[in-house]
Design a protein around this ligand. Structure first.
Ligand SMILES: Nc1nc2c(c(=O)[nH]1)N[C@H]1C(S)=C(S)[C@@H](COP(=O)(O)O)O[C@H]1N2
Ligand SMILES: [Mo]
Length: 301
């Protein structure tokens, strides 16, 4: 992944007043969620007050990583129009009792999308706070009745070079594939996002359906998903294929483990001037560290 110059960052725009009110709601939701998940109701972390202040909608939708739509941060917004997100079908395969082709509405129904404010931390050491709309994956996967052999779940992005010009290049090994261990996929923080800032997901952010795993580097949050496959072996994921020493399967945000070419100790929040400390598990340690008890997270990076 290329590191971008500060000049590529758009100045933050002022939040319109109608969004300001819903922002307060988002904050309440996020705070409530965190508290609900903590044993003994402890405070989440010593993070600064503005730590979950949403990044401007303009920055979230114009500073993107979506290599299928080009490798610069502004390409995805520019080429988003060629992607057709309706009708949309998701194929469910592998170790489950209910494989098949599901229409998008069928995958989502009867669940109602909820608002969740999550930090997004890119391995390139920038970050954002996104008010997502989405449905916890844990409310969707059980419908397919995964069997005992389903140890992992693999996700695949649409492959269609006519709609996704980046796929005419060899930039990555297309289609983009990501995966989670079953317990990570079923964790209550893991979201299938369908929108942001209270609106339908813009194409550049991964419409119509993208994964959001807030304690992992952004590349785990795969966009425009067309396939969900339950597997026994650990899936081979796109960035791990492209650079096995740089992008591991686990990809947990870990300030103690440097990327081979730069430190992961600090990050620049898009819209901020100064860098801030990166938090272990991107600030979600209280909720997710238990998933990795007994694992060496320097080896399983
Ligand atoms: N299919 C697909 N999904 C993807 C990517 C990609 O290139 N292709 N980039 C990933 C990376 S590296 C990041 S940081 C996030 C960026 O999400 P955003 O553009 O919504 O901020 O998307 C992730 N999901
Ligand atoms: Mo990223």
């Amino acid at each position: 992944m290329l590191i971008q110059k500060p000049a590529d960052v758009h100045p933050s725009e002022i939040t319109p007043p109608d969004l300001y009110a819903s922002r307060r709601e988002f904050l309440k939701t996020a705070a409530g969620l965190g508290a609900a998940l903590l044993p003994g109701g402890r405070a989440a972390s010593a993070a600064p007050d503005d730590d979950l202040k949403p990044t401007s909608c303009k920055d979230i939708t114009s500073y993107n990583n979506f290599y299928e739509l080009g490798s610069s941060k502004t390409d995805p917004a520019e080429y988003a129009g060629s992607l057709k997100t309706r009708p949309w079908t998701v194929t469910v395969e592998g170790h489950c009792e209910k494989p098949g082709q599901y229409a998008l509405d069928d995958i989502l129904a009867p669940q109602q999308a909820e608002e969740r404010i999550y930090r997004l931390r890119c391995v390139e050491a920038w970050s954002m706070v996104v008010p997502w709309m989405g449905i916890p994956l844990a409310k969707i996967l059980p419908r397919f009745q995964p069997t005992a052999s389903a140890k992992y779940v693999e996700f695949t992005t649409l492959f269609d070079p006519a709609q996704m010009p980046g796929q005419k290049t060899r930039l990555l090994d297309w289609p983009y594939v990501e995966g989670l261990r079953m317990d990570e996929a079923m964790h209550p923080l893991t979201l299938l996002a369908t929108g942001l800032y209270g609106k339908e997901l813009p194409n550049q952010n991964g419409a119509p359906l993208r994964l959001v795993v807030p304690w992992k580097y952004g590349f785990k949050s795969i966009k425009s998903i067309v396939k969900i496959r339950f597997t026994e072996p650990q899936p081979r994921t796109t960035w791990a294929i492209s650079g096995p020493d740089e992008y591991g399967f686990y990809a947990n945000v870990n300030p103690a483990v440097d990327h081979p070419r730069w430190s992961q100790n600090k990050e620049r929040r898009i819209g901020d001037l100064f860098r801030r400390d990166t938090l272990p598990f991107n600030g979600y340690a209280d909720q997710v560290a238990g998933l990795y008890t007994g694992m060496d997270l320097r080896r399983n990076f």
